[in-house]
Write a protein that binds this ligand. Structure first.
Ligand code: MG
Length: 269
């Protein structure tokens, strides 16, 4: 799940889960983060295998919830600021925060599935974009490049680097390829709370922003569009779509900053 830009958060509208501080995890806490991440990764692997023409987003939601609970965790998004699903299911021009329901997936669609799970008090959060049957080559390229931009960001998440290094890496990758880069939403710190400091923008200046320290856990989650970067929110107050109706892709991992570099906690097939 993504976070609004922090400029939108003031003392009066701060969600209860916004901690306003960066947390450094102990070794035991990192072990719990790894357990949460592994459950999210396994759930995404299962969801990817389950996507096919004819399935509804609500059925995918049920598959995810059953899997998360069977692994001893609870869905982290369900009820978060009133969100009604276990997963966010966003189709085609929907970027993030789509509500799962009766929508039937069709051949040629692309679906973005965002999953969060809590175990032992700690949260994992990750997202994938998946083709429904055969998709247009431009849609496949968008998904492949969005995932590659995530990995460009992860490669920059070295201890001693700064948040701006991550944003600059994602932005550079996206801009070189001519995509619309969603700027109003981005990644975040994560731990006992779904959205912790710092905000992890998908754009930025190298060497600027919060220092990345060993023991921090963050989510990096680029959203790239085939069209322009402008977004709007639908009347359900959740679903974020591209303003021009063009396709959008989204990938996300939770990672820990370690002495050896970034460690992805939400590995999936
Ligand atoms: Mg997230």
């Amino acid at each position: 799940m993504v976070k609004d830009q922090p400029k939108r958060i003031t003392a009066s509208n701060a969600p209860s889960s916004y901690t306003g501080g960066i947390t450094i995890k102990s070794r035991r806490e990192l072990e719990a983060m790894a357990r949460a991440g592994a459950i999210v990764g396994a759930t995404l692997t299962l969801l990817k295998r389950s996507v096919e023409p004819g399935i509804t987003t609500g059925e995918l939601n049920r598959i995810a919830e059953k899997n998360i609970r069977s692994m001893g965790a609870v869905p982290a998004f369900l009820g978060y600021q009133g969100f009604p699903g276990t997963i966010c299911a966003s189709v085609n021009e929907e970027i993030v925060h789509g509500i799962p329901g009766k929508r039937v997936l069709k051949e040629g669609d692309i679906i973005k599935m965002d999953v969060g799970a809590t175990i032992d008090g700690f949260i994992g959060d990750a997202a994938i974009s998946v083709a429904v049957g055969e998709v247009d080559p431009s849609a496949q390229r968008l998904m492949d490049d969005t995932e590659a931009s995530l990995y460009a960001g992860i490669a920059a998440a070295q201890p001693g680097n700064r948040i701006g290094d991550i944003g600059a890496a994602v932005e550079g990758y996206a801009m070189e390829r001519g995509y619309g880069l969603v700027r109003g939403y981005g990644g975040h710190g994560i731990g006992r709370h779904l959205h912790e400091d710092p905000h992890v923008s998908n754009y930025g200046e190298p060497g600027k922003g919060h220092l990345l320290r060993v023991g921090m856990c963050i989510c990096i989650e680029p959203m790239l569009n085939l069209g322009a970067d402008a977004t709007k929110v639908l009347d359900d107050d959740w679903t974020v779509v591209t303003a021009d109706g063009a396709l959008s892709a989204h990938f996300e991992h939770t990672l820990a900053i370690t002495e050896d570099g970034p460690k992805i906690l939400t590995v999936h097939d």
